[in-house]
Structures are given as C-alpha cells and as structure tokens.
Design a protein around this ligand. Structure first.
Ligand code: EPU
Length: 328
C-alpha cells in the first residue's frame, strides 16, 4: 500500500494538487464575493446545474451568482479575472450540455429584475438579456408588433438568443436587432449599432468573449390579431415537428441550408438510436432527448456515434450547435 502510494505516477499527484489549489481559489473568491457584492446579489456554492438546463444533465457549478445590477456584474468579472477563475453566463440553459463533473468556476445568471427590463416605444423594444423569449414574443403581440413571432417557442432568454443568433421558422434573432448592449470581460459597457456587430448562422462572435446585457429590437406595427395568427401557425408547426421531451433543441448546426442535420441523421437511420437514457428523437432526428436519468456522458457518446456515422457514410463533419461546458 505504502509502496504503491510512493509509486503513484506524477500526473496524478499534480492533479490532486491542482484540485486542492482550485478549491482554495474558489473559497477565496466566494469570500471576495460576499464582501464586495451588494447584499441583494445571490451567491451560492456547488449549485447543481442539471435542473437549470432543459436537457437535465450535468454536475454542479463551483459558484452560482445572480448579480443585482450592472455594477455588481462588473465587480464579479473583475474578481474572477483577479483570481483567474473562469466564468460563464447561463440563460435558460436550453442550448447547453454541462458535463457530469460540472463547471469549475462561476456561473452567472442574469435573472434579477435589473436584467429583465422590457419597454415598448412605438415599434422599438428595449429588452434586457434576462427577458424570456416567450414573454418578449407575447408582449410584442399584445403591442401589435410583428417580426418576433418566431421567438415564442424557443425556450431561452434574450441573452442566449443573441449569443447564438437563435433562429426558427426562417428568421434569426438579429433580424430584429437594432442595437446590442454588452459588457467586456473587464466590465466595460459597449452599446453598438447592429451594423458594427458581426453576425453569422447560429453565432454572434463578439458574445463569445463579451456578455450580452440587452438589445434594442424593432418590430413592424400591425394588429395583435395578425401577430396571433402567425404565432399560432409557428406553434402548430413546432408541435408537429419537434419532441416535447427534455432536450437541448437542435444538437448540430445544419451542414448547409440544403441539408438540415435532422434530415441527414434521419437518412442515416439513426432515429431512436440510444446510449443509456439518451436517445435520438424519433420525431426530429436533430433533437437528442433525455428519457429520464440520462448522464452527460450518455449524450456525449450519442453525439460521437452520430458524428462518426455522418463522417463514415457521407464524409460530413457535423458541428455541434449545443454548447458543451464543464469537465467529466
Ligand atoms: N427532417 C427530416 N427528418 C427529421 C427532421 C427533419 O427529414 O428527423 C427534414 C424536415 O422534413 C424538413 C427539413 O429536414 O424538410 C428541415 O427540418 P426543420 O424544418 O425541422 O428545420 P431544421 O433545419 O431541422 C431549424 C432550426 C431549429 C428550428 C427549426 C424550425 C437549426 C440547426 N435548427 O431546424 O432550431 O426550430 O428550423 O424553424 O438551424 C435549435 O436551434 O435548437 C432549433 C431547434
């Protein structure tokens, strides 16, 4: 026993040291947060993330923070930088796969009222990153503003939709954005016209490093009834073509407009393929559903399996749309 301990390979010893160091860093950061942040900012340790994602898998976050203001958020980023602790923002967790070991660092949630502002002036909408897309779509309908109907069935927040330029029913989030407000990793605020923001299919690159605070959106004036009709049509289409079991939405980006990943996976005969309690949906093949009790490992293995089949059978490299974070 003693001998085997002495002979323990070096990397293992290093890993143990790193883990101990990390625990200490997190303890210190937790203390910094408690001292420096306003009392109404929520700070918790070891927060389970599985019930904060729509896929319902994954381990805990070392730290969970709900800043109560932009100043508090800026202090959080500053303290994380000082202690060299990684951070990420979690919206509604609808496009996220957290690995089973959880996230080593701070997870920031913009759910406080400060970040959920929603104001209508004429055809313009000022919306905070924390606003739910469904709420945004329904309020726009009430105001008789068209153009945001496609957001109704996306189970996310505006911040997440901006970061990934979420889309559905032929529209993208940035179709309705006029200005983007975001915070740099150093806590500085930028307010950019959309013409200065690079936007591509399923991504807004600046929001890979910066954090979305909100946006000015623009709709088209019409009647609430017209908006309702359009929204109902989208909703029916969604219910007919997408599963309602826990999932992270579409798993892969579409390789091209003419070849949706769902059709490709379907053609490969993979609907219903299972690893543990993770399954390729038999309703829409780009949705991987949690049948109950799936682990992140199950989902990741299923992702690998589908990727390998697409590569071998069709020479195509599928890229995940779902964001994968954390450690095994
Ligand atoms: N299809 C199949 N088999 C399937 C699934 C789809 O043959 O199992 C076919 C459909 O019949 C259709 C085509 O593939 O001809 C495209 O399917 P769909 O209309 O469902 O659109 P999609 O490209 O698969 C995109 C977005 C979805 C969004 C829908 C609805 C991506 C990766 N996905 O899906 O977004 O809800 O359009 O507009 O761009 C998400 O981002 O998480 C997401 C769900």
């Amino acid at each position: 026993m003693k001998q085997s301990l002495q002979l323990a390979p070096e990397p293992l010893a290093e890993e143990v040291c790193r883990a101990v160091d990390h625990a200490e860093v997190i303890t210190n950061l937790f203390r910094d947060f408690s001292v420096a942040l306003p009392r109404d900012t929520v700070v918790r340790r070891d927060e389970p993330l599985s019930n904060r994602t729509t896929l319902r898998v994954g381990g805990p976050a070392d730290l969970w923070v709900e800043p109560s203001s932009e100043n508090a958020l800026s202090s959080i980023l500053e303290l994380c930088a000082l202690r060299r602790v990684p951070w990420m923002v979690l919206g509604r967790g609808s496009n996220l796969l957290v690995r089973d070991g959880g996230f080593r660092g701070a997870v920031i949630s913009l759910t406080s009222p400060q970040f959920s502002r929603l104001e209508f002036t004429g055809d313009r909408i000022e919306a905070g990153a924390g606003v739910r897309l469904k709420h945004l779509a329904v309020e726009s309908r009430r105001q008789g503003l068209s153009g945001l109907e496609f957001l109704e069935g996306i189970p996310g927040s505006l911040g997440g939709a901006l970061r990934m330029n979420a889309g559905a029913m032929g529209s993208w989030t940035f179709d309705v954005v006029e200005r983007l407000r975001c915070m740099s990793p150093m806590g500085d605020i930028l307010d950019l016209p959309v013409s200065e923001v690079e936007v591509v299919y399923r991504s807004c690159p600046i929001l890979q490093t910066h954090l979305a605070l909100g946006a000015t959106l623009r709709g088209t004036v019409c009647t609430a009834e017209e908006v309702r009709e359009k929204m109902d049509g989208f909703s029916r289409k969604r219910w007919d073509s997408q599963p309602n079991q826990p999932s992270a939405g579409c798993t892969f980006k579409n390789p091209s407009a003419s070849l949706p990943a769902g059709r490709l996976i379907d053609e490969l005969g993979l609907k219903g393929a299972r690893v543990g309690a993770a399954m390729v949906s038999d309703i829409h093949a780009n949705f991987f559903v949690n049948l109950g009790g799936a682990t992140a490992r199950d989902v990741l293995t299923l992702i690998d399996l589908v990727r390998t089949r697409a590569r071998e059978a069709r020479g195509l490299e599928l890229e995940t749309e779902v964001e994968i974070v954390g450690e095994d």
